[in-house]
Design a protein around this ligand. Sequence first.
Ligand code: 4AZ
Length: 847
Amino acid sequence: MERGAPARGAAVRYSAQLQDMNNLDEGVEFLPAMNSKKMEKRGPKRQVVITVLIIVFLLVSLTTGLLFWHFKYRNTPVQKVFNGHLRVLNWEFLDAYENSSSPEFSMLAKKVKSTVEEIYRNHADIGPYHRETVITAFSEGSVIAYYWSEFLVPKYREGSLDRAMADKQSLVQRWNPRLRNPMLKVESVIAFPVDPSIAHSARDNSCMFSLHAKEGEVTSFTTPGFPNSPYPNNALCYWALRADASSSISLTFKTLELEPCRDDSDYIKVYDSLSPVEPHALVRLCGNYAPSYNLTFLSSQNVMLVTLVTNKEGRFPGFKAEFFQLPKMKACGGILKGDSGTFTTPYYPAHYPPDMDCVWNIEVPSIKNVKVRFNMFFVLEPGIPVSSCTKDYVQINGTRYCGERSQFVVASTTNKIELRFHSDQSYTDTGFSAEFLSYDSSDPCPGKFTCNTGRCIDRSMRCDGWLDCVDGSDERSCTCTEQQFRCQNGWCKPKFWVCDNVNDCGDNSDELQCSCSADSFKCNNGKCVPSTQKCDGKDDCGDGSDEGRCSTGQTTVPCKEYTYKCRSGRCISKQNPECDGEQDCEDHSDEDNCNCGLRSYVRKSRIVGGQNSDVGEWPWQVSLHVKGQGHICGASLVSASWLVSAAHCFLPLQGIRYSDPSLWTAYLGLTDQGDRSSPNVQTRKIKRIISHPFFNDYTYDYDIAVLELQSPVTFTAVVQPICLPDATHNFPVGKDLWVTGWGATAEGGTGASILQKAEIRLINQTVCNQLLTDQLTPRMMCVGILTGGVDACQGDSGGPLVSVEPSSRMFLAGVVSWGDGCAQKNKPGVYSRLTSLRDWIQEHTGL
Ligand code: 4AZ
């Protein structure tokens, strides 16, 4: 019963309220006249009081708000740190100034500090907020002092402090009349805002090093712990590098392996100063660089500063660097005369020094014209568009060139040309390597075709469907041959490129006639099927493409030969879900074992010639040697212990049983066959060779073998496995793939010493079967360039054909198998089709 009482009470209170309301209504309507007067009088008074109260309340709130804002935001002190340097004119440099704990250093530092403080005091926007100035270093010239200054400034004064510190006019020494002869005469006082955290760590000198180059010697330094332990987290390290007064510094990072580049990742910055200020930064480095990438930097003066900033996580080896002094460069550029010659930016291919101006005046015999061909051109400054070239640039006849450019030519219509090169104070690049040539104005490219850009190309490259001139002038005004298709825009392309799913014409006209009607679906193999047959659970295309991408997310579908099977046995219909970075299977098995298909080096060398590969560019490439015969076949590393190669490599020949594993040695991490003893290279004997039992040595059907290594390899920057595709993986016709190997560089020729690479295209199976007179089986695929000239060849057999997938992982698409000669027109190379042989590989390797 008790539980019911409050309800009743509530009901009672509610009815009483109703009664009150009724009373009020009645009272208003029936008050006597006198009472109503009283009400009128009392009414306005009360209203005034209420209004006053409201105004007072609003004023109080406003004032409180303003005070709160003033103290909390406008007046909050902000910590600001500036890094800078100044020149002391009336002082001689002493060697002891290089040692910050020497009494001479302390004495001069004290004087400079008080001079700087005096300068600050004289400026109303600076003086009141100055907290501390620390002199960090000195260098020659007469004496340059480096310092940082800390300020505490209310937020609303921050802008005026920044402006005053940036204004050269405000940081000048004013003469104090009482002190007629100031101790120090200083000029060029410059300061730049920096991250306050740098100032804090500047007090902690546990990771600060000062090194002076020794005449005729190379000095090395490394990150703490290198190479045995990773560099520290949450660290800030400084290496101040010095040389003698008349010298400059050449600094080279011999190895460099930092955390992969992200916004907040660890980085190194090199400065052309002893002060870490952005306007003198030469480079910012993160990640991992191929050993052949040029990491040599030059200073403009006799000092350099290397800083390392690390975040709270990651374990990476760091760097080893070397530096030495060399005489300061007096002049660059000059007068170049003759029929031809070469010239480069200072110290090419090292990064040119900052703050340089070089002028070359080139003159060829008066009856000729002159042109300049840039074979290498890297004049890139971060954040500067190539349309403006406001910082570093090359200037010819009033036109500026900058950025990263492939070979280009600038021609003059006279026998003279003037070329200027300018580098500003920050960020340098490797520069250019150029040649000047004289030419006959009536025939600028004797025996060759002249691109509109002035470049000369082989005549056979004219109208061959490939853009060889950067402006496409070699493919304009062409008359298409029998074997060519005329695009709507007038270009001629090989007929085989029509309907290959690739827009070769640029206007898509080579793909237009092949589209299916509105109510049908275009399969990956080019076939058209009624739209109603898409996602009906039946493979109507014959390649499963009408049944791919039928569900989203982790929806499972009935398993078919073209659906991807997760480890759980459930199937999904997403195309190529393996290692694509998205978890598609409920059990995440599509993203398991995905430590494959990635290169370690983010930055490759920029100076590889032709089709030479860079070190670490194809870390799964294996060279298989036979004792006494050298390199015989290629192979691909697919795990620490297994290789995939071609069965025909192990056929008996001239009485030798090549199937005997003891004959073979595998070289991994190799680029140059002449460099097999490099510490990068791992050598393994072969334990087992398993060739496909259906391999047919007449047709080369099932040309695949797996090889087990005697002992597993260690994955390193140059030894990494390639990803194996699922049997359902789709490599579409027309896709660009890469083939690599040390095979012959011409039919019947000799093998290459440096690993070669070539980009080739997957060709339609039916078209290729016609070209190769019905010799293809479903275990084969054709990949090549039908105009000829690019192909695998003898010695490449067994090697990888890889595809770069959208996730940027690389997958093994094929194994070099056979061909009708090498690089001939309409005779593409034939490769074992990995997807058709995938189950067999799994059976024998467990992968
Ligand atoms: C060979 O003999 C070979 N053009 C490999 C590939 C090709 C031709 C020959 C393809 O190992």
